[in-house]
Structure formats: structure tokens, C-alpha cells
Design a protein around this ligand. Structure first.
Ligand code: HEM
Length: 211
């Protein structure tokens, strides 16, 4: 396979992991344990292929420079840094989560999975965004003269279209991944609190019944 196709393959593998992770959560919420396990193992295989292909590509090509200029540069590097750090962090988390499931230690599995799942999804989604920004949406090329148009006192249509270009880029680069992870974390924490409250209600009921 041509080396130039590998970045696209990598993004596709990240997308596959993201879809399987969401599918796996939906399955376990519906109490479908076998389907949950299949989805999660599928995400694991897909992420392992990604890591292998990523390493092969960068061993041949080295690092690919980001050519965007202006505000998008620090935004891109913040995204890349958070993606890279968490990509390293999730490796032991994923292995431990799988190990606990494999040994049927499900209480511990759920406790660690509450971290593994959102972080893994974050890494997969930001992996796609990094690819997109690096290879397809170099903002400097995608929107030449955007900055000048935005502050051009004469041309309202140009200013509007430049503002739209910026809004789209900011949305893709920052709001989608950070918003996604924030929302998911909030949902998981809420579900966890509800579960704890449910459990304490059960123990309260037992205590009352025993008197
Ligand atoms: C690294 C891969 C995995 C991740 C990230 C993961 C993630 C999760 C999460 C987030 C939950 C809690 C869902 C909730 O909040 O209601 C959960 C529960 C569960 N998972 Fe996994 N899972 C993985 C692999 C597996 C595998 C391979 C099995 C194999 C049987 C499995 C079996 C279960 C079971 C039985 C529960 C429910 C436990 C309970 O509620 O007592 N998981 N998993």
C-alpha cells in the first residue's frame, strides 16, 4: 500500500474505534454484555492497528509540519498536545480495563472504565481532527486572506464569510472535542451519582425493613 494512504487509513481506524466505543456503551446500558465485549474488543483491535500503522508511517516520513498560521497554530498545538499525552495515558488504562473484565472483576472494571471510556473516545476523535487539520484543512490555505477580510471595513459579505470560516474552524478544532468530552463526563458522573443514590436507597430500605 502506498505510504501516502496511511494517514487516511489511520483516521478511518480512529473513526472505527470511536463508533465501536459509543456502540459498546449503548450495548452495556441495554444490558447486552456479549455485544458490549465485542464492541470494546473491536475498538481495541482497531486502535492497535492504528498505532502500528501510525508508527510505520512516521518511521518513514518523520514528523509532518503544521503550516497553519495565526491563532490556529496555538489551538492546533493545544489539541495535538492533549491528544498525544492522553494517547499515552490510555494504553495502560485500556489494558487494565480489559484485564479486569477478562477476570470478571466487574466492580473494578466499571470503576476504571469510567475514565478509560471518555479518554479513549477523546483520543480517537481528536486523532481524526488532527489528521483533518494536518492534511485537509490547513486553515492558512483553506481560507487565504481570511484575517484581512474579517477586518475589511468595506466588504460585509467577505467579512461574514471570513467569520463563518473562522467559526467553523474554531468549532471543529476546539468546541467539538472538548464539548464532547465535557458532556460525556457529565453524563457518566450523573449516572454514577444516580447509581450510588439508588444503592443507598436500597440499603435504607433494607435497614428500615429489618427494624
Ligand atoms: C477496554 C475495553 C472496555 C471498556 C472501555 C469498557 C467500558 C465499560 C463501561 C464504561 C462500563 C460501565 C457502563 C455504565 O456506566 O453503565 C462497563 C461495564 C461493563 N463491562 Fe465493560 N468495557 C470494556 C471491555 C469489556 C469486556 C471485554 C467485557 C467482557 C465481558 C466487559 C464487560 C462489562 C460488564 C459485564 C459490565 C457491567 C458491570 C456491572 O454493571 O456490574 N467490558 N464497561
Amino acid at each position: 500500500m502506498a505510504l501516502t494512504l496511511l494517514p487516511t487509513l489511520n483516521a478511518a481506524l480512529n473513526a472505527t474505534s470511536a463508533v465501536l466505543l459509543v456502540g459498546g456503551l449503548v450495548c452495556i446500558r441495554a444490558n447486552k454484555i456479549a455485544a458490549h465485549a465485542r464492541c470494546m474488543l473491536g475498538a481495541f483491535v482497531s486502535s492497535t492497528f492504528f498505532l502500528t500503522s501510525y508508527l510505520i508511517y512516521h518511521a518513514h516520513v518523520g514528523s509532518v509540519p503544521f503550516l497553519g498560521t495565526g491563532w490556529v497554530r496555538p489551538a492546533y498545538f493545544t489539541l495535538l498536545l492533549s491528544h498525544t499525552i492522553l494517547a499515552v495515558v490510555i494504553v495502560p488504562l485500556v489494558l487494565r480495563t480489559l484485564f479486569l473484565a477478562g477476570h470478571k472483576r466487574f466492580a473494578e472494571h466499571v470503576a476504571i472504565a469510567r475514565w478509560t471510556w471518555p479518554l479513549w473516545l477523546y483520543v480517537s476523535v481528536t486523532g481524526i481532527l488532527v489528521y483533518w487539520f494536518l492534511y485537509h484543512a490547513n486553515v492558512a490555505e483553506a481560507c487565504p486572506g481570511c484575517k484581512e477580510a474579517l477586518f475589511d471595513p468595506g466588504g460585509l459579505p467577505q467579512r461574514l464569510s471570513a467569520a463563518r470560516g473562522y467559526a467553523l474552524s474554531i468549532g471543529l478544532l476546539l468546541l467539538i472535542p472538548y464539548g464532547l468530552v465535557g458532556t460525556l463526563t457529565a453524563l457518566i458522573v450523573r449516572a454514577h451519582r444516580r447509581k450510588l443514590r439508588g444503592e443507598s436507597r436500597v440499603s435504607d430500605a433494607r435497614r428500615i425493613a429489618s427494624h
